[in-house]
Ligand binder design. Sequence first.
Ligand code: ADP
Ligand code: ZN
Ligand code: ZN
Length: 732
Amino acid sequence: MTVLRLAVPTPLRRLFDYLPPPGMSPSQAAGLRPGVRLRVPFGRREVIGYFVEAATGSEAPAGSLRPASELLDTEPLIGAALIELAQWAASYYHHPPGEVYSALFPKRLRDGKAHRGLGEPAWRLTDRGRGLPPGAPARSPRQAAALDLLREPGVLPARQLAEADISAAVLRALRDKGLVESTTLAEDTRTATCRESLTLNSEQAAVVAAMLDAREGFSCHLLEGVTGSGKTEVYLQLIADCLRRGRQALVLIPEIGLTPQTLGRFRARFDADIAVLHSGLGEAERYRAWEAARTGRAAVVIGTRSAVFTPLADPGLIVVDEEHDASYKQQDGFRYSARDVAVKRGQLEQCPVLLGSATPSIESIHNALVGRYSHHRLHRRAAAAELPAIEILDIRRQPLGGGVSPALLEALESCLAGGRQALLFLNRRGYAPTLQCHDCGWVAECDACDARLTVHRRRGLLRCHHCGAAHSLYRACPQCHSRELVTTGVGTEQAEGFLCGQFGEHRIYRVDSDSMQGRDSMAALVEQIDRGEPCILLGTQMLTKGHHFPGVSLVGVLDADALLFSADFRGEERMAQLLTQVAGRAGRDGAPARVFVQSRYPDHPLLQSTLSCGYAEQARALLEARRASGMPPLGHLVLLHTDCADAQAAEGFLQAVRDAAGNALPAGANLIGPLPAPLQRRANRYRSQLLLSAPNRREAQAGASLLVAEAERLPARRGLRWSIDVDPQDLF
Ligand code: ADP
Ligand code: ZN
Ligand code: ZN
């Protein structure tokens, strides 16, 4: 008996057995290749499954196996290396294989539609159609005319048939009779060429030379280069080499909408088909980009996190830009790290992987220091620009307006007066993070979350930034009816108001997720800023991501203290990265620049170390601290999350997993919890977690398997969801 083992998109972490579809011979079944799609019955529905392997028997009770309904692909649409990557990811992240396979396909293929190439839609005669005599079918002159038109060329673009007055209905009727079929005309593939590049400086040239030596087969490289050191130019020249050899390059970047400049630089450099993949695409655009990547027509594929799973005909290089960026880790569902998957993919595809950042993750620095990755460094800025020094502004006892101290205000004045641009960083949107009653102390909180409501004054709203709930602004305290309601803390909306009052003659651009809603709003903003007129850019994290604004010569961090006191083990790393990245926006054109950091804790060791040594040194100190505490990358973590409307049920579930797993834990592994998650109640669901730590990856993996097995063995509880997170980003 031949049994087909399929990955089926369900939350279950296993494969499902089916008999071959009716009409498929055992030899055909044995010859199926991994990744082909089949339509299969599942419960009372039909779903799309992905063939993984054939077996000669099944553990399912005899007679319970159902045949698959239909084979959808004769050949897999996805190459063997990517299939292997999916299997690896399902196993490493302990995620249901069907959901991982689904992540490889665009929606229309996940929905079971036929695969269609990209060329122009066309119709062609089938063998039966070709066999008909001229003039047939006699009873339908329109259909006969269509067949006559098609007879000589055999295939015609749909457009041309329409011009000859053959309607789509006529063609469909012919198709239903099996006389014609729809197809596509392949367009010419464009040959990729590269326009003029910059002359590399000696540091850049050394990196490019070393990478070219390693261009065959797998190797992983960390490019640690200060902000503005010309990392992007290094990527561009390596990609050019890749294209010259007729191979494709895959480039991952943290967020496309936010960095239209990066895309612009690629478009300006290569005369080639560049496929762009990100979450803002419509289905048709996504399909096009996916198919162009798959067939090799796209020479360069640029995308965010999920693009790491794009099929490629012939990959020659994988680049992960800003590799430290937290957005590479998916935070729900299939919780993979695109950076780590990219490295694995390079191994399977046998091509080099380049991770680049001015502030590499401690993980990657560790991998470079132990020799697992080749380590390349760029110590200097490329365009003769100096890295600005960071100065700390002690704001204790200072009168602040919109969060801005007098010293920073003065610096802003002289910056604008000098015709230059300033960038202010404040990682809090809205007007103020707290609304409070001055008389009784009442604080506006979200009904559904353990969180305060943020004041959005312009819209007259209080908003929860965790669940999205909105409430109109109170006029009086709901508790004591006092009208003395005050806000504390400053958000971007308030700072913007203050700055507009101070610098009315200049443009103030606020950049946060409230102001940057349209798809192209960031691109429009960048265009404005590129004109070079003096202005102030005020924004959240959005402003720190790899932008290149040459006219900025003043950078201010309004509230460093909000970053200082993170309970998470990655808090210091994130803070150092953020400060370095924000500071790195200054002085990119070589003009003298200043960076001010406002704090009420000017002597805090974290600030002091950011000041006295660069990120590279700080990161190495953080690595030593992780060694001492056994935290990643010197230890390995797995989190089991639950989320449930009933707090007790969630904790009880984790406790039961803990009790069951406790004795079987691999050597050296530890369980901590169950503990409430950071913001335990969110949208009226209680979140708890159980943390597993282990000295090595192998034990962490064994521990994760154990937790999953125990969680799956426990009886399902209504409304309780659980998920596993391997290599979690944040713990607290
Ligand atoms: P990074 O990606 O490291 O932040 P970029 O690649 O954006 O740095 O380079 C910063 C600036 O330096 C850009 O304006 C870029 O055009 C310029 N640049 C990079 N390499 C060179 C070079 N070899 N010669 C002259 N200018 C360069
Ligand atoms: Zn009150
Ligand atoms: Zn809420």
